[in-house]
Design a protein around this ligand. Sequence first.
Ligand code: F6P
Length: 324
Amino acid sequence: MAEQKKLKLGVLTSGGDAPGMNAAIRSVVRTAHHYGIRSYGIKTGYEGLFAGDIEEIDHADVSGIIHRGGTILRTARCAQMMTEEGQKKAAEIIKILRLDAIVIIGGDGSFRGALALSKLGVNVMAIPATIDLDMDCTDYTIGFDTAVNTAADAIIRIRDTSSSHERCSVVEVMGRNSGRLAIMCGLVGGAEEVLIPENPVDTSSVIEQVLHNRSQGKHHNLIVVAEGVGNSNKLAKEIERVLGIEARATVLGHFQRGGTPTARDRMHATIMGYTAVKGIVDDEKSKAVVYRHGKHVLLDIEEATTAKKEYSPRLYDMTKILAI
Ligand code: F6P
């Protein structure tokens, strides 16, 4: 009797890395192994497809990575994949490689690439991973929890020195055009003020707030600024100039994107990786694994790629209420 052909999947990480990506890769490869599917690691995101930088990986190759930050497959933002020509070329390569499915782990840009590939006949399974939590299709994206923990830890350290010196501290966190990461960092870091791009505030009213806080006996003033607002240094200088209160700005930058993923990130990454491969086994076509209402489910890739996640006004208002 002829041996049944083994399915082959490709797995890649794309866009900005996020803590937990390795846990997702491990879960994909090990679940595939369990179901008799061969896994191929595509290096450096979509770039690796074009360069042919692809290698078979098995369960032993993903040993000892569940707790590691970054991505063993490396990642990149691929300009070629943003063009129609590049997308067609990528789909061709996947066909030549006879990959039955591609698991794409990344943020909204990576999902757009996945959607384009699916329209060209490639079976894709997309897993949301970005510290920004800015994808409307899902209540959770891998990496967010670790980034919040890292930033919150930095914020409370800054708060100590801010308090000792009776300074105003402006801490800028990542998030691209989204204020979600900043709001959560502000909430759990006990910030006096959170500035987000979705709700612009005048510098003068920030300054007024700082003054008000001082009059209430606060020894420090902690302002969390989202990357999308930016200009933290300028704001600190302006506060110092107008109020005569010493102010310092700290831009956390890529510091937030590294480090050991939290248990929450490892949990989501593990379940999402498993769900993606189980979808392939169950003959699902072109889906995204999303977390909705407490469950990890498959959603059509087109539906998963459309909307940008709005910030939560409820959480934003909470930052104000709790900052008295
Ligand atoms: O999307 C994740 C993210 O860290 C954003 O918060 C940030 O705007 C961007 O990536 C930075 O990208 P890069 O690492 O390419 O500078």
